[in-house]
Design a protein around this ligand. Sequence first.
Ligand code: SF4
Length: 251
Amino acid sequence: MTDDEADRQLRAYFERYRNAGIEFIPRPRKSPEEKGAPPMSLLTQHHTPSPPVSDRHQALQLLSEEVKACTKCKELAATRTQTVFGVGPLDAEVCFIGEAPGADEDRQGEPFVGAAGQLLNRIIAACGMKREEVYICNILRCRPPGNRTPRADEAANCRPFLERTLDLVQPRYIVCLGASAANYLLDSKLSIGKMRGRFYEFQGIPVICTFHPAYLLRSASPEPRRQVWEDMKMLLTRMGRPIPEVNRRSS
Ligand code: SF4
């Protein structure tokens, strides 16, 4: 790596965390091996160090407080019961991104807790994971009245919150649920049927797009469910995780 490349990577690294609300990154403790290493050793490694989890956790907490006070979308701020921030651990292997809170989420203040959330839980379980292990959030943090589709200006207003959340959570993979999530995250206008079935990338994170669980609940056809499972198997394969036997038989 040249000095210019190293300098560019370091600048991008610090800018990313400044955007995420982290102003101070403590110096990492050196391991015994590193104590004898030359000062430039960090620059020649193929990864950048992360701020400690406690700092990111605190920054995420501050971000959720900022979201609670947000009134950028006047209509949504006037009609919401409360804002709905993401849930899940830092460094989650997978982050599921939906469209916006519905009535149940608006009432409870947590994403994907209604009928669609129950189905998402079953999809997560079918993949051999637990809801508590993944991160779950939405394009919007406020419920659109009558569960209408988020408008482009609302998605643009809320995007910095989404990007800062992803910067802090640092998921290894992202799953966009439904066209709104896929279109707004990846800046696309394609239908979800055309977007699913392949990998994309968002800020270096591999992304797949699939149908929203609410669509699966509305659909009389089993085909979308089969396609969601195909998408999840594609993700599990990329993650190097086994495909649970029971689902391999039923797929
Ligand atoms: S949807 Fe996002 S940007 Fe709009 S008012 Fe709610 S928190 Fe603010």
